[in-house]
Design a protein around this ligand. Sequence first.
Ligand SMILES: [Zn+2]
Length: 341
Amino acid sequence: MNSIAVVNYAEEKGSVEIREIAKPIIGPDDVLLEVANVGVCGSDLHQWTSDHSWPVNYPVVLGHEFGGNIAEIGSNVQGWKEGDRVVSETAAVIDQNNPMSKQGLYNLDPTRKGFGYGVNGAMTRFVKVPARCLHNVPDKLPFEQACLTEPCSVAYNSVVVNSNIKPGDRVLVIGPGTIGILCAAMARLCGAEVAIVGLEQDRGRLEIASQYGCEGIVGDASEWAKKQDGLGVDCVIDAAGVSATLKMALQLVRPNGQITKVGWGPKPLNFSLDPLVQKNVRLQGSFSHNWPIWEKVLSLLTSGRLNVNPIIGGVWNLTDWHEAFEQMHTGKVVKSVLKPN
Ligand SMILES: [Zn+2]
């Protein structure tokens, strides 16, 4: 049985189309997941416009933010059954013997391959998923929201795990994309006062960010950053899709403060890092997420303490992938969600 899929078939810009693919054959440690919803990620857009920083295994089905029901179970799989409601982590292929994997930090295994670039992703009806990637989704949490566990986990890792934010801290988030807005929401959950800064064209997205109790700033954030005592913010979360915003972060962070960089882009920098030294700033990268983070995020989503509805700009059929991508690419919506059926 064939299904349609959104396939990224070559390196050249715009190389994405609908293709028919065969139903995946699962191995003994896998399940076959029937996709209910799949979120469109900034990285799917980057592969579409070919300004990504990672190797892609063409042709590949896009999509790594997904949930659905288990349709088939591999012979070795225990603890799951057909029909279970699940979301899947993104590390589709890992080396279990890598020292990072052995610490539970398989997200940092350099040989890791993810859905949507390394192996076929979820913008289709069926996807093959190793059972170790699965998390249970309670009945009360709809898949439209549950499929966004992945970007929420990116935000949780950068704000809660990789930063040290205390109630009363002032936190500035750079970049009001999905990750930026979710980072702002997480920093609010940590008890911080939060502002998020974007460009003129980001006004709509900053408006959505304000629903999470943070202040939206267009352009220059230095007034907000210096408001408390003139020294800058305790923490900058840089969620912009470029490296250059690090310069702004270094200007606006207070001495002995911290910068966590979660947004990335391949262009090199051309400025001095002297302020990093002079201000005694801690610069921290943040990449992906692991099992305990997913469990925490799922409980936040299920209890309603974290609500992703404000960022969902619409749900499109797979055949309308282009419209869903375009709406996000132009910033009209923060997050597009697809459904295969
Ligand atoms: Zn993503």
